[in-house]
Design a protein around this ligand. Structure first.
Ligand SMILES: C[C@H](O)[C@@H](O)[C@@H](O)C(=O)CO
Length: 544
């Protein structure tokens, strides 16, 4: 008999027959959880109706907290506790109408032994589809099997059939026949360029600056050094507090000069005076200080790309990082000098910025910057959230909409770009966006992701299309009108194929002047990644 205080083994409850358990992962920010809760309730009741009609019972795995005003799992700890009371082998549905932090549920999902389904409502109102895609990417990285499903309200046959299949078999497979492995590439100038740039990267190495790794539970967005370093890419781990310290050293005059440059370039700032709900001149001044500080620290550390987490910690300290991020990603941007004024920093070039410190985006932005620059193209690149989409005029047109900024060239220049206050529920201290409607044109889209312990990249082609002003407005109002939007038509990939395959909430986009050049740039990118040992997948109609 031991005298030690042995913990009593935990006994999860046994699964009940014909019962499906549900959990809902939320944001960390109470304002977001409370605001989004009615929409989540509606999705949960739609789903429950469908599950019940199929002859199953639904049981919520955790109660609604009346004092908090919502029923979301709002921290990793809360998730760990919830999963203690969920039968290990029961079928489990993660239900998401909102942007959620995957790490709230990842610990529980990793050790869950029953089938897992992640569902979201096909709606732009809140980033629920974005939440689903992040969890899918995170589970893929974790090597945990799961299925996914989406529907406007779970009354349609497609969703009900899918639900039935998952309930009966524990798995749901979608058509992903649009994905194929990279065939041998032709020996041409694009392949030569991709291979040469890959070798340069591996030999000469690059450094990405990461201001506080691991944003909003995005486990999929952290690439281990062991997988990153063989590409020639190394992380410089930086603290957001150093960024604030550096911001405090920037003078008001320097920040005002950035504002004056942008005013002169024709950018519109929608300002007011109420700090709580409007964009103010003071918020903007702080954002320009961040832009200057980020460049100075990047110069100090010799960075080739930089990412600012912002959404934890910094969101309670200074206004949004987005405006700085959009500026960094553009070729034409307000000049910034070293502290002694002697040198312009990164003159005439973007410093690729990866929003939300998504390291898959970091790798992608870095190589895109190099390929596009070498080809003499505009290297401005950005990530977008895969937010939502609907048919327009017989085509499925995606709403790609990142939560705050794109390089101005994507909007057709600063004179077509505007800045609006970030939504208070996510951004208590405000700050402006760098928004606009992405110009029509040919694009290459891509996503670097982790699967089976390896790096992969999906590559495809798309067209950014122009929609009538009224339809653009409708789409903005149906989502976040403050954020930059791209109307994207993917080449040879249906809505459901894309949703089924994509392993992240983000994708990268870069423009080319015409279709033939976009195909060439994609080819160079494929060659570069293949040379680096990244597994390349071509998605949809891709001309090699
Ligand atoms: C402000 C929100 O938290 C956003 O950051 C979120 O919707 C995302 O963009 C996730 O990619």
């Amino acid at each position: 008999m031991t005298s030690y205080a042995l913990p009593a083994p935990h006994q999860p409850p046994a699964a009940e027959p014909n019962t499906v358990y549900t959990v809902a992962s939320g944001d960390l920010r109470p304002a977001a959880n409370v605001t989004c809760w009615p929409t989540q309730e509606k999705l949960e009741s739609d789903l429950a109706a469908a599950v019940t009609d199929l002859g199953w019972r639904i049981r919520r795995g955790h109660p609604v907290d009346d004092a908090k005003g919502h029923g979301f799992i709002d921290s990793q700890r809360a998730g760990v506790e919830v999963f203690k009371n969920i039968p290990r082998k029961a079928p489990l549905i993660v239900v998401e109408a909102v942007w959620q932090y995957s790490h709230h549920v990842l610990a529980g999902l990793r050790s869950h032994e029953g089938p897992i389904l992640v569902v979201a409502n096909w709606s732009g109102e809140f980033p629920g589809l974005v939440g689903l895609l992040n969890l899918a990417g995170s589970l893929t990285k974790a090597g945990r099997d799961y299925s996914v499903l989406w529907s406007a309200d779970f009354t349609d046959d497609w969703a009900r059939d899918g639900l039935r299949t998952w309930l009966e078999t524990g798995t749901l497979t979608h058509d992903t026949s649009h994905v194929r492995p990279l065939p041998p590439l032709p020996e041409d100038p694009e392949t030569e360029l991709g291979v040469a740039l890959a070798r340069q990267l591996r030999e000469e190495k690059a450094i990405i600056g990461v201001f506080d790794e691991g944003c909003m539970g995005m486990y999929n967005a952290i690439i281990d050094d062991e997988l990153l370093n063989p590409l020639g890419i190394y992380k410089e781990r930086l603290s957001q507090s150093a960024l604030v310290a550096e911001m405090n050293k920037v003078s008001d005059e320097e920040a005002q000069a950035v504002r004056a440059w942008l005013d002169h370039a024709g950018m519109t700032f929608h300002t007011g005076t109420d700090e709580a709900t409007e964009l103010t001149d003071a918020q903007l001044l702080s954002q320009f200080k961040m832009y200057i500080a980020a460049l100075r620290i990047s110069d100090d550390f010799g960075l080739d790309a930089v990412g600012i987490q912002y959404q934890q910690g910094l969101k309670d300290t200074v206004p949004a990082s987005d405006l700085a991020e959009g500026l960094l990603n553009n070729v034409q941007r307000p000049p910034v000098f070293s502290r002694d004024g002697a040198r312009e920093l990164y003159p005439g070039a973007p410093l690729p910025h990866f929003n939300e410190v998504d390291e898959g985006v970091a790798v992608d932005s870095l190589v895109t910057n190099r390929i596009w620059t070498a080809m003499g193209l505009d290297p401005a690149t950005t990530l977008h959230d895969i937010r939502w989409g609907e048919e327009y005029d017989g085509r499925f047109v995606w709403v790609f909409e990142i939560s705050g900024s794109v390089p101005a060239s994507h909007n057709g220049g600063y004179h077509k770009s505007y800045s609006m206050r970030q939504p208070p529920m996510f951004f208590p201290l405000g700050g402006g966006t760098l928004s606009g409607v992405s110009k029509p044109g040919e694009i290459v889209w891509s996503r670097v992701f982790l699967m089976d312990g390896r790096l992969h990249v999906d590559l495809g082609r798309a067209t950014s299309v122009e929609l009538p002003e009224e339809e653009t407005r409708r789409r903005l109002e149906a989502t976040n009108h403050q954020w930059p939007i791209m109307h994207a038509v993917l080449h040879g990939v249906t809505r459901d194929q894309f949703m089924a395959r994509h392993r992240a909430n983000h994708l990268n986009v870069a423009y080319a002047p015409d279709a033939a050049t976009a195909d060439k740039a994609l080819r160079a990118k494929a060659a570069l990644f293949a040379e680096l040992g990244v597994e390349v997948h071509l998605c949809g109609d891709v001309e090699l």
